[in-house]
Write a protein that binds this ligand. Structure first.
Ligand code: COI
Length: 359
């Protein structure tokens, strides 16, 4: 089905003000965004409009009780200049899985994809070309009912925001395996990409940063023993040449970059294990010199090298990053597929259908 999306363009683009050589993560936003409202059981007011503040009731349900979900995607330019998305359908499916968990409506896949193509086509001038940069795409849906009873909202807003980004972690990261705070327990919302998961991570992450670490490595909520994820990315260990990553068991975000990594590794004949990963096994493998690489993976983070993990008061320092061959190969493969420099033999790249005139 094709939807009628009304377009209202900015009077003057901000594009010429952007220094594409210095792009921080998540601070710059393109001229336009997609906006839709869920009212009376259907998505309406389908529009591409100038990026601008919203008007919200002070008793907006999402502000008070957190009914809010989001996605993180990227668009890049292929070598011939065509803007392209990577596995957009998986992001639509994951947003709708998060919506189920949070009692929110689905966004029809064809509407989401059409909006993405039209918006990214229109904002293609905002896609940075520098290595490690991309146009970040942030779809977000939140409750719009204005009332204070704790209840499922009947109305929602769905936005797709875009903006040029550089690397999320410009340097290798230092992680603290936390034994005091938790991210997610079985039966909770750990698998949903919902705002509250990130809000709950802020205090422990701040404490970790005060101690000189960049982020928390979350352990399970019951025994503080099994590795979960980093919160901004999934985590992978290379032990005895095998890649080991925690299985997704309801407490971990089902990363789309994670899924692609597992596919690439299997395709290259590199052994992979998705299973429970005991932090004591990591400590032992580090001690014996069998732990050769640790890396995180996510849309924003792509592949981020881990320089050390601290557990139980001991900093486990990894060998020099130049020796992290698997992480390096994965980063080059994913970025290469995205830009068209590596053959897309899995059919993951989706060229943007409609490149409308630049504003
Ligand atoms: C992403 O990787 O796109 C995410 O949504 C993680 C975010 C918290 C930066």
């Amino acid at each position: 089905m094709s939807y009628k999306i009304e377009t209202i363009k900015v009077n003057k683009s901000r594009l010429s003000e952007i220094d594409f050589d210095n792009i921080p993560f998540g601070k710059l936003f393109s001229d336009h965004m997609f906006s839709a409202d869920y009212i009376d059981g259907e998505w309406t007011n389908l529009q591409i409009i100038p990026f601008a503040p919203l008007e919200l009731s002070p008793v907006n349900l999402a502000l008070h009780y957190g009914q809010s979900i989001f996605e993180g995607m990227k668009a890049s330019k292929m070598t011939d200049g065509t803007p392209a998305l990577l596995r957009p359908e998986l992001h639509v499916q994951r947003l709708n899985a998060s919506a189920d968990r949070m009692c929110m409506p689905h966004v029809p896949e064809d509407l989401f994809l059409q909006a993405l193509h039209e918006l990214v086509g229109m904002e293609s001038g905002w896609i940075p070309q520098k290595e490690g940069s991309a146009l970040y795409i942030r779809p977000v849906m939140f409750a719009m009912d204005a009332k204070l009873g704790v209840a499922v909202s009947e109305t929602y807003k769905f936005l797709i925001i875009t903006g040029p980004v550089g690397p999320y972690y410009p340097k290798p990261v230092k992680l603290l395996a936390d034994t005091q705070y938790i991210r997610a327990a079985h039966g909770g919302v750990g698998e949903a990409k919902t705002a509250g998961n990130y809000a709950a991570s802020l205090y422990p992450a701040r404490k970790a940063m005060e101690k000189g670490y960049d982020q928390i490595l979350w352990l399970d909520a019951k025994e503080f023993k099994y590795v979960q994820e980093v919160g901004t990315m999934n985590i992978f260990f290379v032990i005895d040449g095998k890649v080991v990553t925690p299985e997704t068991n309801g407490t971990i975000l089902k990363g789309i970059t994670r899924k692609m990594i597992l596919h690439i590794l299997k395709d290259q004949g590199i052994e992979v294990e998705e299973r429970l990963v005991d932090i004591h096994e990591i400590v032992a493998a580090h001690k014996d010199g069998r732990l050769t690489e640790i890396f995180g993976a996510g849309t924003a983070a792509v592949i981020s090298n881990v320089e050390l993990i601290s557990y139980d008061g001991v900093d486990m320092k990894m060998p020099p990053i130049e020796t992290h061959k698997i992480a390096h190969m994965l980063k080059n493969t994913i970025n290469g597929i995205r830009s068209g420099e590596v053959a897309d033999k899995f059919g993951w790249v989706v060229p943007v259908k409609r490149e409308t005139a630049k504003v």
